[in-house]
Design a protein around this ligand. Structure first.
Ligand code: NAP
Length: 268
């Protein structure tokens, strides 16, 4: 199997930490040049250094994926630096626990004013980046888009209603875009993580102060992971491995699919 990404150019959103960082560095190890997008510029610069140390060409952009102008600029910067775009990973997101907007609530306790922020990041961010990225991919007649959704968009979890609606939209968007772009040589797939030990979960485990809602949410996540067939929380590299497969020619006959990477927790 050939996972070689030599000469390919990949944008990863939300690449400063967690799964985005793991994916970026795995791309770099497989020979790709990487565009590291995050709203946290300082942390993104550290990933840039790591990618360069591996031998990749790397640039950092600060595009908020919910802002179409910033996203268009991100794609323009990519083309100015590398002249092409082969891979887009729509990873930027907010965590179920202690993310922004603040801890998630039961749907009955939400107001309509609170919904857009969550749908913006889980769904519109994916639409914005995909819309901008397909322009060069259509010209090249090739490309691979990988959306990072969540099992909250395929199954159900407490306090995950609005988040899950956005992530479910992301799963549906994957199918529709794959149908639209297949004949143009562009594949679109989705990775749906279960519970993954990313930076914030680590911070929580090491005793960060949390609101009662976030503590409860974290307990729910741990219980979910423990009752899964593999009986543990996953790690970011286990997501990155599947993303790299979907980005590479090894998955050349795979499009429109959502692959849960969750220790078997949900079997849709
Ligand atoms: P993470 O560690 O919080 O990293 C996400 C990165 O995205 C952060 O650096 C964050 O910056 C950045 N970001 C947030 N909003 C952004 C925006 N509007 N534009 C650009 N960058 C932005 O997250 P993760 O746990 O690796 O999660 C990655 C993806 O997997 C997300 O889409 C998440 O919903 C999904 N997911 C995670 C889990 C899990 O258990 N961890 C499970 C299912 C699905 P700040 O830190 O400054 O906000």
């Amino acid at each position: 199997m050939n996972l070689n990404l030599e000469g390919k150019v990949a944008i990863v959103t939300g690449a400063a930490r967690g799964m985005g960082r793991a994916t970026t560095l795995t791309f770099a190890r497989e020979g790709a040049n990487v565009v590291i997008d995050d709203i946290d510029l300082e942390a993104a610069r550290l990933v840039e250094e790591e990618a360069r140390a591996i031998g990749a060409q790397a640039i950092v952009v600060r595009a908020d994926v919910t802002k179409p102008d910033e996203v268009r600029q991100m794609v323009n910067d990519t083309l100015a630096k590398f002249g092409r775009l082969d891979i887009l990973v729509n990873n930027a997101g907010i965590l179920y626990v202690n993310g922004k907007p603040a801890d998630r609530k039961f749907f009955k306790d939400t107001t309509e004013e609170e919904w857009p922020a969550e749908i913006d990041i889980t769904l519109y961010g994916v639409l914005n980046c995909s819309r901008a990225a397909i322009e060069p991919m259509l010209r090249q007649k090739s490309g691979s888009i990988i959306n990072i959704a969540s099992d909250a968009g395929r199954g159900a979890m407490p306090r995950g209603t609005v988040y899950g609606a956005g992530k479910g939209g992301c799963v549906a968007f994957t199918r529709h875009l794959a149908l639209e772009l297949g004949q143009s040589g562009i594949r679109v797939n989705c990775v749906s993580p279960g519970v993954i030990r990313t930076t914030r979960i680590e911070a929580i485990e090491s005793g960060a102060k949390l609101s009662p809602e976030a503590t409860e949410a974290h307990k729910v996540l741990e219980q979910l992971a423990q009752k899964s067939p593999l009986g543990r929380i996953g790690n970011p590299q286990e997501i990155a491995n599947v993303v790299v497969f979907l980005a590479s020619d090894a998955s050349s006959y795979v499009t429109g699919q959502t692959i849960s990477v969750n220790g078997g927790d949900l079997m849709p």
